[in-house]
Design a protein around this ligand. Structure first.
Ligand code: PHE
Length: 469
């Protein structure tokens, strides 16, 4: 497809909001606080920031450059340079499917909690934990909310890049910021909030080990939507005039800002109410509403706003996940947007139904020892995203020509990118080594050996048969 017939973002701010919409998601508000909580708070935060700004930022710039240069989605971008590399893009599309196999389930929970907060169903602090378990284990309710959530997704993506994704991002992202600011404002002014701030910012290095670094890098990839071709896809809809490194930094800052803001919304309140910060995945759905329920009427409003923010964050991210698959079907299989959305969404609904039921009715049904929900999460979080990032760095540093990259990142010399050489050396030498080591450690740390072997097998099979994709 040539540059003229391909749809493009309508404005710079539109792209930034859409890309930030992809990055800012459940990863920031649902996952970051509990991963930080489980890994020692402040020290995790510092390691996370180092990962984001020194390692993963290079991948962000590389993905945008690869996407814009080729004007093609994840698979096409690789394929247009070398057929041998097609599998790296295909792995990205597969990751998109797998993440979409559980992401809308959590998105549905968030949507349900907006309703539950507003209607006062979360008013009894003593019952919230038990009720949450009953809710996610019940066969019908979560599926209804998930379906509603997916409908919104499909509707936005079907309307296209500019009319759908960009418009949604421009409207929803500022709203998300405002909502989180309100909640963080309340949380920070509670008496006893200082403890939470200390937890978040004061490093306790005694908690740090190799696992912390692994968790931080994995979190950085997931949170910035990297390692699966999402930013390649969004980059492919960018105009040749845009300054890529500047845009990448803005998205990075917004994503990190929201993660910190989410931490500030939760931890001060958690400590102020004498609760524990390491609550695992339930942190946001159990601890947060419990705190709000203690606040009386104001709590009802704050809880509604909080879950509204979570739902918005999830929606703009799952839109980008769906778009990765849709762009692949449009670019490579010549499907119309509507057909591509229909096909991708149908498969996703099926996956989501299974992963939602795997938490309740189908608890006893497992794949290689884990339920569907965890299966999708482990495969992507521990294997595919890191390998995807590694492949992208090798592809960029060792297959693409340095001068082509310079040309792309400076818009043919029109804008300056003073750090180009640093970026290039990092991407070529440092990033692959660091990610490679962390990926190996991550893969070896997977306790479910069967899932690990299957994940590696999938990569192998994709590499063998990639020419067909
Ligand atoms: N970045 C999103 C989040 O933080 C998740 C995501 C991952 C979206 C990969 C797109 C691609 O929740």
């Amino acid at each position: 497809m040539n540059q003229n017939s391909r749809e493009h973002w309508g404005s710079r701010i539109g792209f930034i909001m859409a890309a930030a919409g992809s990055a800012v998601g459940l990863g920031n508000i649902w996952r970051f606080p509990y991963v930080a909580g489980d890994n020692g708070g402040g020290a995790f935060m510092i390691i996370y920031l180092v990962c984001v700004f020194f390692i993963v930022s290079n991948i962000m710039v590389a993905e945008l450059a690869v996407g814009r240069r080729s004007q093609l989605g994840a698979v096409g971008a690789y394929k247009s340079i070398s057929k041998k590399w097609t599998f790296a893009g295909a792995l990205g599309v597969l990751s998109g499917f797998l993440i979409m196999g559980f992401y809308p389930v959590v998105g549905g929970w968030a949507l349900a909690h907006v309703f539950k907060s507003f209607t006062g169903l979360l008013n009894n602090p003593a019952m919230i934990g038990a009720n949450f378990d009953i809710f996610i284990e019940s066969p019908v309710q979560p599926l209804i909310w998930m379906t509603l959530f997916l409908f919104a997704n499909v509707w936005i993506v079907a309307k296209g890049v500019k009319g759908g994704i960009e418009t949604a991002g421009k409207f929803l992202m500022p709203l998300l910021f405002v909502l989180l600011l309100i909640i963080a404002g309340r949380s920070l002014t509670l008496s006893g909030a200082g403890e939470g701030i200390r937890f978040l910012f004061q490093p306790d290095w005694s908690e740090v080990n190799a696992g912390t670094v692994l968790a931080a890098l994995g979190q950085a990839f997931f949170s910035l939507s990297l390692g699966m071709g999402c930013m390649i896809t969004y980059g492919s809809y960018l105009d040749k005039k845009e300054n890529l490194p500047n845009n990448a930094i803005l998205v990075l800052l917004m994503d990190t800002g929201v993660a910190i803001l989410a931490g500030l919304a939760l931890f001060p309140a958690i400590f102020a109410f004498g609760m524990t910060p390491s609550g695992g995945p339930g942190l946001v759905f159990v601890v947060a509403p419990t705190i709000f329920a203690e606040m009386g009427f104001l709590g009802i409003i704050l809880s509604t706003l909080f879950f509204g923010a979570l739902m918005i964050a999830a929606l703009t991210s799952s839109v980008s996940l769906l778009e990765v698959v849709v762009t692949y079907l449009i670019d490579e299989k010549a499907l119309s947007r509507k057909k591509a959305v229909g096909l991708a969404a149908t498969v996703m609904v099926v996956l989501c139904i299974f992963s939602s039921l795997s938490l309740g009715m189908m608890q006893n049904f497992s794949i290689l020892g884990v339920g569907m929900f965890d299966f999708f999460d482990i495969l992507t979080d521990k294997i595919f995203l890191a390998i995807g990032g590694l492949l992208l760095a090798i592809f960029t540093g060792w297959t693409l020509k340095k001068e082509d990259l310079r040309d792309e990142l400076t818009n043919g010399g029109q804008v300056s990118f003073k750090l180009f050489d640093v970026w290039y050396l990092m991407t070529k030498f440092v990033v692959p080594v660091v990610i490679g080591l962390v990926a190996i450690a991550g893969i070896m740390s997977i306790e479910e050996t069967g899932v690990m072997i299957l994940g590696l097998l999938i990569i192998f099979v994709f590499a063998l048969f990639s020419k067909k994709l």
